[in-house]
Write a protein that binds this ligand. Structure first.
Ligand SMILES: CCCCCCCCCCCCCCCC(=O)SCCNC(=O)CCNC(=O)[C@H](O)C(C)(C)COP(=O)(O)OP(=O)(O)OC[C@H]1O[C@@H](n2cnc3c(N)ncnc32)[C@H](O)[C@@H]1OP(=O)(O)O
Length: 155
């Protein structure tokens, strides 16, 4: 196995996002370098990103786009991965979500390395697979208002 690069300093976990998933990759998930295969990480990010949209849709949702995906640091076997998600846009049928992934080395817990960040978009679909409007729930309105308020403070 090639030598490991030294770990970066621990970073703070995001206060503006929600912990939606924790998982530990196993030896079956490695690539030819001995690190965790990027496709495995992408699959976990897709699942993690779907948690918040599913909270408001109450119907089937599909991933329409991976708008951005950055592998910042390698993931190792046995890392405890924490997936943090935040809704960035709520459209008529779609929800865009930012996902950040942090690794705790199994033998050095409590120190976090940011390994991945991504933006994905999910679409609510009906029984025939066509996009359908998101329901107008309290949660939907709360996210829309929060996003508008954040945009107003930026401009
Ligand atoms: C009953 C309950 C069951 C619960 C059960 C729980 C299961 C818990 C596990 C869940 C797990 C989920 C996570 C795995 C999810 C997969 O694995 S899904 C599999 C991969 N994805 C697919 O197969 C989708 C294939 N694509 C399609 O079917 C169609 O393209 C779609 C998605 C229905 C969209 O159809 P379309 O006619 O192109 O739609 P269109 O009207 O142009 O756009 C719809 C919306 O998408 C947006 N959009 C389109 N393209 C883009 C883009 N590139 N970027 C950003 N936004 C875009 C549009 O802006 C529009 O947004 P709104 O303005 O309406 O908000």
């Amino acid at each position: 196995m090639p030598p490991r690069s030294p770990d970066l300093p621990s970073v703070a976990l995001p206060a503006d996002k929600e912990l939606v998933l924790k998982v530990v990759p196993m030896p079956a998930d490695v690539n030819a370098n001995g690190d965790i295969f990027g496709g495995w990480v992408m699959a976990q990010v897709d699942l993690a990103g779907s948690v918040l949209p599913q909270r408001i849709s109450h119907t089937r949702m599909v991933t329409v786009a991976v708008n951005e995906f950055i592998f910042k640091q390698p993931v190792r076997v046995g890392d405890i991965l924490s997936f943090y998600a935040g809704v960035q846009h709520v459209g008529r049928t779609s929800v865009a979500v930012d996902v950040e992934v942090f690794a705790e080395r199994f033998s050095d817990q409590g120190k976090y390395v940011k390994v991945t960040e991504a933006r994905l978009t999910y679409v609510a679909i009906d029984a025939t697979g066509k996009p359908q409007s998101l329901p107008d729930t309290e949660q939907t309105r709360a996210w829309r208002e929060k996003i508008q308020a954040q945009a107003a403070t930026k401009s």
